[in-house]
Design a protein around this ligand. Structure first.
Ligand code: GLA
Length: 386
């Protein structure tokens, strides 16, 4: 058991009397396919070895007793009294609420959780909080929901309680990750394929800008609305029901004057990104990381200029990457407005690039970056302890 797992387990035993089941619930990276999961596109996430551990046991009552190790905060509430709250509480209550809405007989439980996914880093700590709890409840109460159903339940939890109208990528990756594999998820059919990730002479490194703009979730919902607005026009004008049915950005041009400028830009980005992700999947299968990396740079450009979810700190980090011959791809990862860039770097250049970035970023913004090299792991699962 690693340190976090044993801490969560120990805290559980201090606070409650029974022996819990232990679950690991991963964060995720996304190689490419950003802001297209809610637009019928493709995404390419992997579950990672930064995540959350949950210790959970049924308590033969109607009361939920949660304790967050990271926030050092407890929440005790009757199932019948569940309502929207704030912070981490919204995520756990949102999940239980969705089981209740399905009409499933939820029972009281004791639960301690904690992890090492940095907040606001775009590595989806929220999906990890949701996924670990949903998985544990489903197992302990024998509800029999599939991983796909659990991912969809967690997505609804996020819509209904915290109110972020997220796509399915994070929750799906959390549930369906596979060790050393990339998930290629078709967000239209919600079906996936796995590809082995052969990095050979390269490494994937995340650089945390350490900024997190408070408008991230409200602007996320605005982007989603703008895409819906664009699609409505495409539907009315030409009967197009999905961005997937537009084969090239040129096909959008005839509708430019029917859309607000920003709406057009958002649609253009989406169509381009869906196309890029399909190309990227081919390059990945051919092990052509050089071409894959070029597409990552292009994605960042689109996210920054057309989709406008970047910020000066992230743009700066990607510029530094572009200037370095050993970095073959770099872009902001996740929802944006701060968080991490994801970079593919030649082995021999990693050290030099990272020390340069750390220094120059500190000089420019007086912020110390954090660097993560993550391992690719299986999706949420029980950890067997003795
Ligand atoms: C967040 C959301 C995801 C996805 C990404 C952007 O992580 O939770 O559904 O939309 O942003 O790709």
């Amino acid at each position: 058991m690693d340190n976090i797992a044993s801490k969560v387990n120990t805290v559980f035993l201090e606070r409650f009397s029974s022996k819990p089941h232990l679950y690991y619930s991963p964060g995720r990276i996304n190689l490419i396919g950003e802001h297209v999961d809610y637009n019928d596109g493709f995404v390419m996430p992997c579950a990672i070895d930064q995540g959350i551990y949950y210790a959970i046991a049924l308590n033969n009552s109607e009361v939920l007793n949660f304790y967050s190790v990271d926030f050092n905060e407890a929440l005790n509430i009757k199932i019948a009294d569940i309502k929207k709250s704030n912070g981490w509480k919204n995520y756990v209550l949102g999940v239980v609420n969705e089981f209740v809405l399905l009409g499933l007989p939820v029972k009281g439980l004791d639960c301690v959780f904690g992890g090492n996914i940095p907040n606001g880093a775009g590595m989806s700590s929220s999906a990890a909080v949701e996924g670990g709890l949903a998985f544990g409840i489903n197992e302990l109460l024998h509800f029999g929901l599939s991983r796909k159903e659990l991912a969809l339940l967690c997505q609804r939890a996020e819509h209904n309680f915290p109110g972020v109208m997220c796509g399915i990528m994070d929750q799906y990756a959390n549930m369906n990750g596979k060790k050393d594999h990339v998930i290629l998820l078709d967000c239209r059919s919600i079906e996936h394929q796995y590809f082995p990730l052969h990095l050979d002479r390269y490494r994937i490194v995340l650089i945390n800008s350490k900024v997190h703009h408070s408008l991230a979730s409200s602007e996320y919902n605005v982007r989603r609305k703008q895409c819906e607005e664009g699609l409505k026009i495409l539907k009315k004008e030409k009967g197009i029901n999905s961005f997937r049915d537009i084969k090239s950005p040129e096909e959008l041009l005839p509708f430019k004057n029917k859309m607000k400028d920003k709406v057009y830009d958002r649609c253009k980005y989406v169509v381009e990104e869906i196309d890029r992700t399909q190309q990227a999947a081919k390059y990945l299968q051919q092990n052509n990381l050089i071409e894959f990396g070029k597409l990552m740079f292009a994605t960042h450009e689109g996210l920054s200029k057309l989709y406008e979810v970047s910020c000066k700190e992230l743009d700066f980090l990607v510029e530094l990457a572009k200037e370095n011959k050993n970095v073959i791809g770099s872009r902001l990862m996740g929802g944006g407005f701060g968080g991490c860039t994801i970079n593919i770097i030649k082995n021999e250049g990693v050290k030099e690039f990272l020390s340069h970035v750390t220094l120059v970023y500190q000089e420019r913004f007086q912020i110390d970056t954090e660097i993560y090299e993550v391992g690719i792991v299986d999706g949420t699962h029980e950890v067997i302890t003795n």
